[in-house]
Design a protein around this ligand. Structure first.
Ligand code: FEO
Length: 183
């Protein structure tokens, strides 16, 4: 039996000339909201690690990243609502809190972003399979963003490899990372 809420939802969706978003797509997007909030949490944990090492510039970079990831989560949150889907929030797993060096942190950042990219590509594949052109179009922004996220993490990772045990160079990089601002 179709309930009143479903009839209204169908009327709204068809009234706009757009096919309703599938439950499967909504669920996949809800899981991505969770992954983005987990990313934010992981970067905040890295910020706390750098604060404890008195590397304030690195900590600043991570705090900006935390804000960016929350922004990603909210973008998906708003999109699901716009498509008359139901946002569901899942629990956030505890992030790692200790690393052996700044180099290890950025290896973690880079690998994490590669994994996020893989997840975004899976969402794209699902949207394509479902011929959900609105979601496909929405995801284009994330494809571009992931290219930037991976490149930014890799750049710092490569610098840290060059720096190795040179403490003075590490302090210089810390100064550079202190300039990053949330935009
Ligand atoms: Fe939202 Fe860093 O990916």
């Amino acid at each position: 039996m179709v309930c009143l809420q479903e009839i209204i939802k169908l009327k709204i969706n068809f009234g706009g000339g757009m096919a309703p978003i599938s439950e499967r797509m909504v669920d996949a997007l809800n899981k991505q909201i969770n992954a983005e909030i987990y990313s934010a949490y992981l970067y905040l944990s890295m910020a706390a690690f750098f604060e404890s090492k008195n590397l304030k510039g690195f900590a600043n970079w991570m705090k900006v990243q935390w804000q960016e990831e929350l922004g990603h989560a909210m973008k998906i949150f708003e999109f699901v609502n716009e498509r008359s889907g139901r946002v569901k929030l899942y629990s956030i797993k505890e992030p790692q809190s200790e690393w052996s060096s700044p180099l290890e942190v950025f290896k973690n950042v880079y690998n994490h972003e590669v994994e996020v990219t893989r997840r975004i590509h899976e969402l794209v594949e699902l949207a394509m399979a479902e011929k959900d052109y609105a979601t496909l179009n929405f995801l284009q922004w994330f494809i571009k963003e992931q290219v930037e996220e991976e490149a930014a993490a890799l750049e710092i990772l490569e610098k840290l490899k060059i720096i190795a045990e040179d403490k003075a160079a590490l302090i210089l990089l810390d100064g550079e990372l202190s300039k990053r601002k949330f935009s």
